[in-house]
Design a protein around this ligand. Structure first.
Ligand code: ADP
Ligand code: MG
Length: 629
């Protein structure tokens, strides 16, 4: 039996086109060939379980081997095999909807996956790294003859009698210059780790000295000389494929380490996903301990299709805010050769998206309900994520409103509703608005926090990177509520009550005070206001407007208008006209002494704002020493 023919596509030089185009992604040839071997193995198992194949199943292990001297990579399975007719049907007639369409489309295609997926080119990806590809195969069907197929990457092929004596298929790649890098143990191991780590059929990997079989074993299978003992490289039953009831916490944690061997932190908790309607999806999502810079933690979720790794760019499948999670999603409804444009168009993807969001919200709600204390302890890590979710997804926000927590400077934790009830009366201003006070740095803003606390007000700690955005959101969603940072103004102005204080300075004295402090300050971006505050307030307070500061903060964390980021800080210097010290300074006779006292009072205000630095700080220290003296 020998037959020559042409692969039925109409464009002569399709392979050079494929090769050239796919070059950047060429490692996926191994994923394609190994997953074909897995398919073939699972098909025979299925036929056997259906009673349509009654022979021995035998060892199901798939072998991946390479030979540096012979320059070959061989993928062997004991699967279903093919008859010569089937080779012609499945291999020769490339599942093109038409070569013309291909050539037209490939120009716009963004990645190799798009082409391979759209045009059913899985097997042909072998030509990205091989000049010649050989198939040795023997079908499971009774009386089948072994077949051999050879193709050198042109459109002509040759089919002849094969040499396989047992059921299954060998794909032998004669690696070309473009594929040289793959004749390397480390490189192949790396690719197998990436794509085959959780395949459902055992994969053995090793190096051979010769690609020709070196005799036969007892079962009549070809025996190769191996350089070293081969190892099974995959876990055929990863945690996500098991029922949640079968798994203990240790199993989930062990699987996390299997997924991320280089991660030192343990996840906080996890969600086992399992749906079969209206789409199929399994997986485990882990909540990691979030780092300050959470951007770098994205792209940690791995997408699988029937245990074949596809990608860790899950951008379109998982809602943006859930990209902070780690773990695995496996859906056979997502084809192996998944591409950006496919994902965007696919309606399943949208459903998956909604489902995952709901599951995550439900899990958090359940954790909060069943163990509020534990939930509060983890809030530091979960909080960032929940807030991010609330900002970016309305559906999630609706559910999260019940378990989103606020923490105050005393370390007490409240839900949004609890907090609203707590401060409703005491922190209501004369216009009927409730003012939430917050600090983003309790240590640095201590004097402001203390002043507010002494007034009987509560101060929230909102110090995570997301909070500058979350503050605006909270304000928007909570009726008649405003958020103000404790150092945004003096306390009497932060929450303005009905009775306004009377200024105890005369108009003359007040003017004098303004002049004095303007001189003492001599900074462009600071404006002096003499105001009637309570005696218990500091004599001089430096504050920065809430709105301006918020815009700047948002510009810094990449939201809002970047225009604000470059604005100078404008400060308000409030001189408390009712404070005994101010009254005293205004009354001092000696001009030099008066100026010195004003400077000292102003520097104290700067000091508590953390703004006293450089020569100003040195001069302040010197002046203080002489004043004490
Ligand atoms: P797909 O896997 O998407 O069908 P491929 O180009 O990867 O496309 O493979 C084409 C066909 O060739 C497969 O559907 C299968 O029928 C056949 N085939 C490929 N590899 C094997 C194998 N190792 N054993 C049996 N059949 C195979
Ligand atoms: Mg395939």
């Amino acid at each position: 039996m020998q037959e020559k023919g042409n692969i039925s596509i109409h464009t002569e030089n399709i392979f050079p086109v494929i090769k050239k185009f796919l070059y950047s992604d060429n490692e996926i040839f191994l994923r394609e060939l190994v997953s074909n071997a897995v398919d073939a193995t699972q098909k025979i198992k299925r036929l056997s379980s259906l009673g349509q194949y009654t022979g021995e199943l035998g060892d199901q292990t798939i072998d991946v081997a390479f030979d540096e001297t012979a320059k070959t990579i061989t993928i062997s399975d004991n699967g279903i095999g093919m008859t010569a007719e089937e080779v012609k049907k499945y291999i020769n007639q490339i599942a093109f909807s038409g070569a013309t369409e291909f050539v037209e489309k490939f120009k716009e295609a963004k990645d190799a996956n798009e082409i391979i997926g759209r045009f059913g080119l899985g097997f042909y990806s072998a030509f990205m790294v091989a000049d010649q590809v050989e198939i040795q195969t023997l079908s499971y069907q009774e009386g089948a003859e072994p077949a051999k197929w050879v193709c050198d990457g042109s459109t002509s092929y040759e089919i002849s009698e094969g040499s396989r004596t047992t059921r299954g298929t060998d794909i032998i790649l004669h690696v070309n210059a473009d594929g040289e890098e793959f004749l390397n143990k480390g490189r192949l191991q790396e690719i197998l780790d990436k794509y085959a780590k959780f395949l459902p059929v055992p994969i053995r990997f090793g190096q051979r000295t010769t690609s020709e079989p070196d005799g036969e074993d007892e079962e009549g299978k070809p025996k190769y000389k191996s350089v070293e003992v081969d190892n099974i490289i995959n876990n055929t039953a990863p945690a996500w494929t098991k029922a949640p009831a079968e798994l203990k916490d240790e199993d989930y944690l062990a699987f996390y380490r299997e997924l991320y061997p280089y991660s030192f932190d343990e996840p906080l908790f996890w969600i086992h996903l399992n749906v079969d309607y209206p789409f199929n999806l399994t997986g485990i999502l882990y909540f990691p301990k979030l780092k300050e810079n959470f951007e770098i933690q994205k792209n940690k979720i791995k997408l699988y299709s029937r245990q074949v790794f596809i990608t860790d760019e899950v951008k379109d499948i998982v809602p943006e805010f859930l990209m902070l999670l780690h773990g695995v999603i496996d859906s056979p409804d997502i084809p192996l050769n998944v591409s950006r444009s496919f994902l965007q168009a696919d309606s399943n993807v949208k459903k998956i998206n909604t489902y995952i969001t709901k599951k995550v919200a439900d899990k958090l709600a359940e954790l909060f309900k069943s163990d509020r204390k534990g939930f509060e302890e983890k809030w530091k890590d979960i909080g960032l994520f929940v807030k991010y979710g609330m900002l970016s997804d309305d559906k999630f926000a609706e559910k999260a409103a019940d378990f989103c927590l606020l923490k105050n400077t005393e370390g007490e934790v409240y839900t949004l509703a609890e907090y609203a009830a707590k401060v409703k009366d005491i922190q209501q201003d004369k216009a009927g608005n409730v003012i939430y006070l917050y600090t983003n740095d309790a240590a640095q803003q201590d004097s402001y926090v203390t002043t507010a606390r002494e007034r009987g007000y509560d101060v929230l700690v909102l110090d995570s990177p997301i909070d500058s955005h979350f503050i605006g959101y909270l304000e928007q969603k909570t009726e008649k509520t405003q958020l103000k940072r404790v150092d945004a103004d003096v306390i009497d102005k932060l929450i303005e009550k009905e009775e306004s204080k009377k200024l105890e300075l005369t108009e003359e004295e007040s003017k004098k005070a303004t002049e004095l402090f303007e001189k003492a300050i001599s900074r462009e971006n600071m404006k002096v206001h003499v105001e009637a505050l309570s005696e218990s307030e500091l004599p001089v307070t430096v504050t920065i407007d809430e709105f301006m500061r918020r815009m700047k903060d948002m510009a810094q964390t990449g939201g809002g208008m970047s225009f604000y980021g470059s604005m100078p800080d404008n400060y308000k210097v409030t001189v408390n006209g009712n404070h005994p010290l101010i009254k005293r300074i205004v009354a001092v006779d000696d001009e030099a002494e008066q100026a010195q006292l004003a400077k000292q009072a102003f520097d104290l205000a700067l000091l508590s704002k953390g703004l006293l630095t450089g020569s100003d700080l040195t001069n302040f220290v010197k002046r203080s020493v002489s004043l004490i003296g």
